[in-house]
Design a protein around this ligand. Structure first.
Ligand SMILES: Nc1ncnc2c1ncn2[C@@H]1O[C@H](COP(=O)(O)OP(=O)(O)OP(=O)(O)O)[C@@H](O)[C@H]1O
Ligand SMILES: [Mg+2]
Length: 238
């Protein structure tokens, strides 16, 4: 569903990604782990078009999307929940969710009706968001904002979802809740590329995993293979 082939990207003169390649099959949860600064966020940005890759290919459901605008790539079925869960603080929870469906629905007549089934689904997944539907998003707790960021990505009915550090800054019990949600999304058949600092937990939900070092993939395999790899074990799972 998603193929990244020899991707190069960076900021100004500094090249961060130096030939990143990975693949996410339909219905799979794939973990991308690695040290701080390895290039995980940059990889997600280069896939979603927030950052324009200088070389390489990104195929979304068979279609080349590298070089397209982020909004276009989103409409083609890629949802990106960025690091630091950027919700629109002054807007209500519900308006933030509706924004997630914006690219996919008619803009005036029928917008809300078209989004209602997805709203119901997100509220079922995160009852706490339903209770706070009219609350300004900026006043949500960190965990609630993360749920909102995931919910907003789901509203787009994406073919592939990119989740960058969903557990960052959250208390342990909320982190567990985030992972329960990811497990549930997986049961529902979502296709997901997940960047996580909690590598052990990420490997528990993942079907396949990549370890990134200095801008390229250093090791890949099934979670079991990675757990048996002594170098990976020492560096990321210790
Ligand atoms: N906007 C930017 N301008 C310049 N350099 C950047 C920018 N964003 C990231 N970098 C650099 O790119 C490299 C990779 O950063 P990136 O955010 O992709 O790492 P990461 O693997 O997501 O790390 P972390 O685990 O800390 O989130 C780092 O050296 C970082 O300093
Ligand atoms: Mg990052």
């Amino acid at each position: 569903m998603l193929i990244v082939d020899d991707l190069h990207a960076g900021y100004g003169a500094s090249e961060v990604l130096v030939g990143t390649s990975l693949a996410v099959k339909q219905g799979a949860v794939v973990a991308l782990i690695g040290a701080n600064g390895a290039g995980k966020t940059t990889t997600m940005r280069a896939i979603s078009g927030v950052l324009r890759p200088s070389h390489g290919r990104v195929l979304l459901d068979g279609k080349e999307v590298q070089g397209l605008d982020a909004s276009r790539i989103a409409r083609l079925g890629l949802a990106h929940s960025p690091e630091g869960r950027k919700v629109f603080g002054p807007l209500s929870v519900e308006d933030n969710l509706l924004l997630g469906a914006y690219g996919r629905l008619p803009k005036f007549l029928g917008f809300k009706a078209g989004a209602q089934a997805d709203l119901d689904r997100v509220y079922e997944l995160f009852p706490r968001l339903k209770d706070r539907a009219r609350q300004a998003s900026g006043t949500l707790s960190g965990g609630e904002q993360q749920m909102l960021a995931i919910g907003r990505a789901l509203m787009a009915r994406p073919k592939v979802m990119l989740l960058d550090e969903p557990s960052m800054g959250l208390a342990p019990v909320i982190v567990q809740e985030v992972f329960r949600t990811i497990r549930r999304l997986k049961e529902e058949g979502i296709t997901l590329l997940l960047v996580e600092q909690f590598a052990k937990s990420a490997l528990e939900v993942a079907d396949h995993a990549y370890v990134m070092e200095r801008g390229r993939i250093a090791v890949e395999g099934t979670p079991d293979e990675l757990r048996r790899n002594e170098r990976v074990l020492a560096a990321y799972l210790g």
